[in-house]
Write a protein that binds this ligand. Structure first.
Ligand code: FAD
Ligand code: NAG
Ligand code: NAG
Ligand code: NAG
Ligand code: NAG
Ligand code: NAG
Ligand code: NAG
Ligand code: NAG
Ligand code: NAG
Ligand code: NAG
Ligand code: NAG
Ligand code: NAG
Ligand code: NAG
Length: 795
């Protein structure tokens, strides 16, 4: 079996009280009586005073593998908005830090309050197999970030067999918790002891964990080896094989240019070399299966980036290979704050080209039925009673006030669609298109304003220079959380950010161009994201939820039979309704709000609420000396009008579900809206704007833009950006469709191709037998082969 399923969803299971799974344990090293939880090689133990105050005593025991490792306790069960304590061994030392995650990415160092961990000496050591860390946790019982004050607290655990990226730095980025994670119920009553005060007094402040090192402190030695210069050159090199990069690369290659597409991660499909074949069908990966779309974060093997400020997919297809499949055709209003030449009238042909290949669907099951439909029935009754109308968001994208729709998904032929499936087959038909996987672009090389090529880091640790042909172009499409890093590493950005990159050079091996050649642009400055607050409601019918994650290992047989006929619940993604409305705010802006409903745990209907188009808050992306992008300013609800719009929308849901007619009740009935926001606000995963497009050249005066209207980086001759980074505003719905349209339009500008090229007949989706080998690291290969087979993927 290839996948270790987590014991519980990563999302807090508010509706289902987990049984208490801890037992009494007296630790021989300290003599402390704990309540103890153990899983695999991990254990966490806890002791509290008879009257719970603000502190507790905890003990983490974490395995150390040949590649190190780390372990963590979540004091609120799930990963998001929970106080986490992370520990790992640095030689004989133990590094610890409090963390908090606003998304399924590297948790930030927690800075919210005065929590403190003081070690207890005889329970704190590193031996050849484990580390043990016994500590007094001061000010850690805080109901905003832990649930220890609950009657039956749920705690969480996570371990990794790989050390954090910089073991000497307690603020280091963590690797994915690939060795396991889960949740359990704590018997807190049994953890109470009259001896607590005695034990707590053993904690010393003498060996307080080392504070995070300041940015720039050399941590490791990652001097990059001398690069080999590839003897193959290209007209266009595209950096990043996400939705924007694939579309740009394929369209530019169609225009006749030779194109190299470089993707840092592995393939998404077995046909292209993915090793994640499912136990029940080795030619399909979890990425392919629509109904697994919201469960990928809980399957080990899913390739998320470990160096981005928030969740991002690091594989072919980028986040479009790991996302929830929601495919919202953007309404024309989404371009209202874009510059001239980028209004709906200007991009509508690009939209048509996209929809021809990747239309999206509200009805993916071949038999026309909607399966597992309870949530849609319950919610449509509630909002219909408020006068909202049912629409089909594919047919009527402009209707976004008081409407609800069957969810629209990027699904084609019963598989996850997106450019990795709907454009790659066309790319493979082209002689001049080359795909290079598992190769990370460190920087673009340039001579002043002229880009000459790229420097890559290969999977085996070697480096390469790949040069452009005369008159060539580099197109960056590394995603809104990574494109800024490529620019900064290339000496493009504000001096403050470039200084951090320079200070980290000993850790990252990145050598910036000479300071005189830096191009002063506001990279990272206009970062935006949809605000997301997850609301959970208990449903009176106490339905049994569909076991989505079970599909990864052992799908229900009848459902699998139906799936092979192109029908049934497995052809659907996990959402059950999309809905939108809008409000006119005091500042004159119209703000849009979205709800995305699903039912992933029994008896509980979840509505993810989003503040979308009209959001005025802007944040700032930054970079750490060790090379991770970080959220310097989180772009959520800073503007009062944003906060009011979001609060009112949450209140709308509380009111809606409090009427006599409602079968839903909010899971924590007495919560205030403020409380709900502070506990449940997370990233919308819809990042844009970190290298904004506009006419106001960011090198001048108060200019805010990084790329011009041809998507060319100001101050360069031949460097372009085509991904979410350039979007100057947030769309009304989820981001992937408008990102694809923008890349289509940008490709036309970059290559001069005109409207609809004579599209070849749809080539076959790659099948396992017709695979092509990803490029070897020394000489890019995987050049396309001529194939005109008309076989389609059979179901
Ligand atoms: C968990 C999650 C769920 C989401 N759900 C939805 C949804 O349901 N619907 C929706 O519309 N949107 C959703 N989104 C958002 C959507 O997927 C993204 O907005 C979209 O994928 C961004 O496209 P992009 O091309 O700009 O960048 P990305 O998708 O981030 O692609 C960038 C690519 O570049 C590669 N790369 C990065 N750096 C380098 C480098 N230095 N060298 C080489 N390659 C590099 C990456 O590996 C990646 O493949 C979700 C996002 C996430 C993270
Ligand atoms: C652990 O250390 C404390 C304080 O130094 C001491 O009182 C206690 O007896 C020790 N426990 C054991 C089992 O030795
Ligand atoms: C426990 O850790 C060891 C290595 O320290 C590893 O070999 C073993 O597989 C782990 N056991 C489990 C159940 O994970
Ligand atoms: C509890 O945590 C919140 C969020 O970090 C913080 O703002 C607050 O100050 C904490 N309360 C106490 C009493 O420490
Ligand atoms: C290391 O310490 C852990 C935790 O006390 C213990 O379980 C393990 O057996 C120890 N390993 C060795 C080799 O002593
Ligand atoms: C860093 O790595 C290089 C090359 O491997 C080596 O020559 C050098 O001695 C190392 N420096 C340190 C401080 O470890
Ligand atoms: C590039 O180098 C490889 C070996 O390193 C060689 O096989 C190939 O023929 C060379 N190609 C060109 C175009 O010179
Ligand atoms: C491939 O690219 C070269 C330029 O590098 C161009 O001359 C040639 O016509 C292209 N071939 C095709 C089939 O498009
Ligand atoms: C696996 O799925 C493919 C695509 O649906 C199908 O053609 C094939 O028959 C399946 N294999 C098995 C063993 O069911
Ligand atoms: C850089 O460009 C200048 C012209 O702008 C040229 O004279 C010089 O030779 C170039 N340097 C290199 C190393 O190519
Ligand atoms: C809901 O059903 C589950 C089992 O399906 C049961 O354990 C639970 O008590 C029920 N809850 C309510 C509120 O009826
Ligand atoms: C309750 O349902 C009835 C019948 O569907 C409807 O007429 C009424 O307006 C609803 N009341 C509320 C408060 O939504
Ligand atoms: C920049 O903005 C400030 C404040 O709006 C204004 O006073 C100043 O003149 C602007 N500078 C330029 C060069 O446009």
């Amino acid at each position: 079996m290839r996948f270790n399923l987590g014991l519980a969803s990563l999302l807090g299971l508010a509706g289902s009280a987990a049984a208490q799974q801890t037992w009494a344990f007296t630790d021989p090293n300290t003599g402390i009586d704990f309540q103890h939880y153990a899983s695999k090689n991990y254990s966490f133990s806890i002791a509290v005073p008879e009257t719970l105050g603000t502190d507790f005593i905890g003990q983490l025991v974490i395995p150390i593998t040949s590649t190190g490792g780390w372990g963590s306790v979540s004091l609120r069960g799930g990963m998001l908005n929970s106080l986490l304590l992370v520990a790992w061994a640095d030689g004989e030392d133990i590094k610890t830090s409090f963390r908090m995650a606003g998304s399924y990415a590297n948790p930030d160092v927690y800075s919210g309050s005065t929590v403190n961990a003081l070690p207890i000496a005889n329970g704190t050591f590193v031996n050849s197999t484990h580390l043990a860390y016994t500590f007094l946790c001061e000010n850690c019982v805080n109901s905003t970030v832990t649930n220890l004050a609950n009657e039956t607290p749920i705690l969480g655990w996570a371990i990794s067999a790989e050390s954090p990226t910089t073991v000497t730095d307690s603020a280091s980025a963590l690797t994915y918790h690939g060795a396991g994670f889960g949740q359990y119920g704590l018997n807190i009553a049994a953890a109470k002891s009259s001896k607590y005060a005695t034990w707590a007094a053993w904690a010393s402040s003498g060996t307080t964990p080392t504070p995070p090192t300041t940015p720039g402190t050399p941590g490791g030695n990652s001097t990059l080896p001398t690069p080999i210069t590839s003897n193959v050159t290209y007209d266009t090199i595209v950096v990043g094989g996400g939705p924007a990069g694939i579309i740009a690369a394929e369209r530019i290659a169609e225009s006749g240019a030779s194109v190299l597409l470089i993707e840092r991660g592995p393939a998404n499909t077995v046909a292209l070399g993915s090793s994640l074949g499912l136990p029940w069908n080795s030619s399909l990966t979890p990425y392919d299966i629509p109904s697994l779309g919201s469960s990928l974060a809980g399957l080990s093997g899913t390739t998320f980036c470990s160096d981005t400020a928030s969740t991002a997919g690091c594989l072919l297809g980028g986040s479009s290979s790991v996302n929830g499949l929601n495919f919202i055709r953007p309404p024309s209003q989404d371009w209202q704050r874009w510059p001239a030449g980028w209004q709906w009238e200007d991009v509508s042909e690009a939209a048509s080209r996209l929809y021809e290949r990747n239309p999206g669907t509200t009805n993916p099951s071949a038999d026309g039925k909607h399966y597992n439909d309870h949530t849609y029935q319950v919610l449509s009754q509630l909002v219909s009673a408020k006068g909202w109308s049912e629409v089909d968001s594919i047919e009527s994208p402009n209707e976004k006030h008081q409407v609800f729709s069957r969810p629209a998904w990027s699904i084609k032929d019963h598989l996850r669609a997106g450019p990795a499936r709907t454009y790659m087959p066309f790319a493979k038909e082209l002689d001049n298109f080359t795909l290079k996987l598992n190769s990370k672009v460190i920087q673009v090389n340039r001579n002043g304003s002229a880009i000459t090529g790229v420097l890559t880091l290969e999977a085996d640790g070697s480096t390469q220079i790949i040069n452009l042909k005369a008159g060539g172009k580099v197109v960056i499409a590394a995603g809104a959380l990574s494109t800024p890093r490529v620019l900064w590493n290339s000496g493009i950005g504000r001096a403050a950010d470039l200084a951090i990159v320079k200070s980290g050079s000993a850790q990252t091996g990145v050598t910036l161009p000479a300071e005189a050649d830096w191009i002063d642009l506001p990279v990272g400055h206009h970062l935006q994201d949809h605000v997301q607050v997850t609301l959970q409601f208990n449903d009176a019918s106490n339905f049994t939820a569909y076991n989505f994650k079970g599909i990864a290992t052992e799908p229900v047989e009848d459902d699998l039979d139906l799936y092979y006929q192109g029908s049934g619940v497995i052809t659907q993604a996990a959402q059950r309704m999309h809905l939108w409305t809008s409000v006119d705010s005091a500042d004159g802006r119209k703000r849009f709000l979205q709800g995305t409903a699903s039912a992933m745990s029994s008896g509980v209907i979840t509505v993810r609420t989003f503040l979308t188009h009209g959001t005025s808050t802007v944040g700032k992306l930054g970079i750490s000396a060790s090379g991770n992008t970080v959220l310097e300013t989180k772009p959520w609800l800073i503007d009062d009008n944003d906060r009011t719009a979001m609060s009112d929308f949450i209140q709308f849901w509380l009111d809606l579900t409090s009427t006599n007619n409602s079968t839903l009740t909010y899971v924590a009935p007495d919560s205030s809206v403020e409380d709900i926001i502070s506990k449940n606000l997370i990233s919308g995963d819809h990042w844009v704007g970190s290298a904004k497009m506009g006419v106001d050249d960011g090198r001048q005066g108060n200019g805010t833009s990084v790329v011009d209207l041809d998507t060319k980086v100001y101050g360069t001759d031949n460097l372009f950006v085509v991904d979410a980074s350039i979007h100057p505003d947030l769309p009304t719905g989820n981001t992937q469709s408008i990102i694809m349209i923008t890349a289509e339009h940008a490709a036309e500008k970059i290559s001069g191709i005109k409207s609809s090229p004579t599209t070849p007949e749809t080539p076959s989706t790659p099948t396992p037998s017709a695979s092509s080998t990803p490029a070897a690291s020394s000489a890019p290969s995987c050049s396309s082969k001529k194939r005109r087979s008309k076989r389609t993927f059979r179901f």
